[in-house]
Write a protein that binds this ligand. Structure first.
Ligand code: SDX
Length: 393
């Protein structure tokens, strides 16, 4: 067993690697992107500026921001032939299935940005992914509801453009509410990166083999889909809807505490945070603002969520295990109020997280110590034994 523990698995690309991108203090409930607290960025910055910060390490000057914005908006359309690609999916396919497929297929359409050894190609692939993920996610939504694709509009900002591509229809004019676009943009920022979570480790591991960036991001999207990870926002809203009224909360709290019951409170708990997830606090304030704006502040799902949070945070089980609401607890309430079906919640998480995955992938590629990730296992199976013919078994 000794050699397994002393074996150097080339872990720089996956587990316990140094990084300058995101800092999390799970005990204090702190999250910084390149040193800037998430609360300040959510309040004062915008998603595209946060993309620049995560990609290049510094907040941009006005001129740098203008150039970056132009580079992104010039790549928001997808190759027209990709429209046919969507038609290969069943209408009722989950948009995450479409997203995994179409993003992975980008390497078949954008050959000139797949060589990871070429810094120029790495840069253009990064810009293309940030620019096209909202377009592809919106197309996945439109396809699932049988409506025509809406082309991106470069006169709109990043979040407004996404809302427009999702909710505009050719039959009538659609004007994006700036307050909703601001709330959407804030949700993108809150999800942009989060250190070495499961999907980011997946992207780093895929990237450590030299796979092209589109394939690596598709791998990250696939991992994010799980209900224990990015799929929790959809699972959480479905749980809040199932609870339905505050008088049914104790029944679900009891289920969540029952060791023999696999039920978990969706949107609660975290591998790292043993205090409030700072993103959940901002999300909760945003939920109040958006529902007030839409005139549905007495939304029953929000009432159940707030009462559930209150009861759980006073319950010995949750207090002793340091289980707090995480980023997924309130996000679904906002997205549902905006008009998204629950199936679009995780695709929105994925498009937000794309810049984090790319930043982490670029950092790993640039690390001279990077080797292909090759975790080992401690073998505890059968001793060596010889094959037996079937007649003798
Ligand atoms: C995300 O890693 C990231 O950063 C991810 C993410 C990101 O931005 O990338 O933050 C996004 O994935 C947030 C998490 C979303 N998932 C959910 O909300 C699903 C519900 N939560 C869980 O299933 C759970 O909390 C995990 C998976 C998130 C963490 O599980 P762990 O590692 O078991 O948590 P833990 O070690 O802190 O658990 C301590 C105890 C355990 O019980 P014991 O073994 O001690 O008896 O608390 C229990 C857990 O079983 N527990 C829960 C619970 N979460 C943990 N019990 C009831 N309900 C819960 N939600």
């Amino acid at each position: 067993q000794a050699d397994v523990f002393t074996y150097d698995p080339g872990f720089t690309s996956t587990a316990s690697c140094d990084s300058t991108i995101t800092f999390i203090d799970g005990d204090k409930g702190e999250l910084w992107y390149r040193g800037y607290p998430i609360e300040q960025l959510a309040d004062k910055s915008n998603y595209l500026e946060v993309c620049y910060l995560l990609l290049y390490g510094e907040l941009p000057s006005a001129e740098q921001m203008k150039d970056f914005e132009l580079r992104v908006t010039r790549h928001t359309m997808v190759h027209e032939q990709m429209h046919n690609f969507f038609r290969g999916f069943r209408r009722d396919a989950h948009p995450m299935a479409t997203l995994v497929g179409v993003v992975g297929a980008m390497s078949a359409f954008y050959h000139d940005s797949t060589d990871v050894a070429d810094p120029e190609q790495r840069e253009i692939a990064s810009i293309r992914l940030i620019a096209k993920l909202p377009t592809i996610a919106a197309m996945a939504y439109k396809y699932s509801i049988g409506q025509p694709f809406v082309y991106p509009r470069n006169d709109l900002d990043y979040a407004a453009n996404f809302l427009h591509m999702c909710f505009a229809v050719p039959a009538e004019p659609y004007k994006v509410d700036p307050a909703l676009a601001r709330a959407m943009d804030r949700i993108f920022t809150l999800h942009a990166d989060h250190e070495q979570n499961a999907s980011t480790s997946t992207v780093r591991l895929a990237g450590s083999s030299g796979a092209n960036p589109f394939a690596c991001i598709a791998a990250g999207i696939a991992c994010l889909w799980g209900p224990a990870h990015g799929g929790a926002n959809q699972a959480c809203l479905e749980m809040l809807r199932e609870i339905g009224t505050v008088d049914r909360i104790p029944e679900y709290i009891a289920k969540a505490k029952d060791k023999d019951d696999p039920f978990r409170l969706m949107g609660f708990g975290h591998r790292v945070y043993k205090n409030f997830d700072p993103r959940a606090k901002v999300m909760k304030e945003s939920a109040d603002e958006v529902l007030e704006l839409l005139g549905i502040h007495n939304n029953p799902t929000l009432q159940v969520a707030k009462e559930l949070e209150k009861i759980a945070l006073e319950d010995e089980y949750f207090v002793s295990k340091k289980l707090y609401p995480n980023v997924d607890f309130y996000s679904g309430i906002i997205l549902e109020a905006m008009g998204f079906p629950t199936s679009m919640f995780t695709p929105i998480f994925a498009l937000s997280r794309t810049v984090g995955w790319i930043s982490q992938w670029k950092e790993m590629i640039a690390d001279p110590q990077n080797k292909i990730g090759r975790p080992r296992q401690l073998y505890v199976g059968s001793e060596r034994r010889d094959y037996q013919d079937i007649a003798k078994r």
